[in-house]
Design a protein around this ligand. Sequence first.
Ligand code: TRP
Length: 343
Amino acid sequence: MKKVLTVLLAAVMSVSLFAGCSNSGEGGQGSASTPGSDSPVANQEQGKQLKIGIVQYMDHPSLNTIRESLVAELATLGYKDKENVAIDYKNSQGDQVNLNSICQKFVSDKKDLIIAIATPAAQAAASATSDIPVLFSAVTDPVAAKLVADLNKPGRNVSGTSDAIPVDKIFDLALKLTPNVKKIGLLYSTSEANSLSVISDAKKVAKEKNLEVVETGITNVGELQQAAQSLISKTDAIFTPIDNQVASAMSTLSKVGIDAKKPVYVGADSMVSDGGFATVGINYTELGKKTAEMAKEIFEGKTVADMPVQTLSDFGTVINETTASKIGVTVPEDILSGAQIVK
Ligand code: TRP
């Protein structure tokens, strides 16, 4: 009798152990589920909460804006956190090792969707899985970052939204605001595909406009201050793209420009808020909304490989008034009236 009880107890325990394992979705060593049977659509049909992993590269205003906007829009579209979806948000604080382990954990957790904010996060997510849908946001050049084969036909489990910027429009603005600029310094991180692509565009645009360029690539943010000081001493202005490292130390770069009384043109609105002089950029709240709309389509069964990368075509001028006055530039009325002014 005693023996029978023990066997029964052991059987019950092992059953509940397995049940616990699959419910928590932690995907322990032994859990073998058939791939394909746990697609987002199948999980919704079974009334399960959809598991969304959000991985953000660093804590930065533009990137935070995207995340907040996309989570809010998901709720508007009917995907509410802690109700029918479970959102697991992780920030790698700019650390590559961290980034990889966050993405690997999302894969072993069997998330239904991974949303990756900024290029390095998207690259880490894309290399962590070839079957969980990966939706990126704010990736400047998804082709150069090797995330998609073609903007219109990504071809694998990765698509998303791009914050591609109109470099020619930024240079046009620069020449209107500071027509004395003849030589422009290009400052960027050599490890960021998003920056390299914009810098190559910037060189072409500069040539068309008869501007001379001086390039300085940095390998880590610790080099920024010296690199910027040296660059600005040789040029009339600096242009920096939507570079994660540079943006993380934007106040340092802004100060270099202000001390030299020369303009620093940038790639994103938040970099103007952080003291950069001006940009022509996109609206990151809108980009977050678009990303949420794509998530909804994936939940409704669309194949990621066939979903074109989305971009925004509305660009706005953003100018920092405080920086303008500190570097002694008067912004012409016609530009001022159409611009977003930050202080
Ligand atoms: N576009 C950047 C990338 O591809 C990410 C990004 C968006 C960003 N907005 C920004 C970086 C503002 C710094 C500042 O990685």
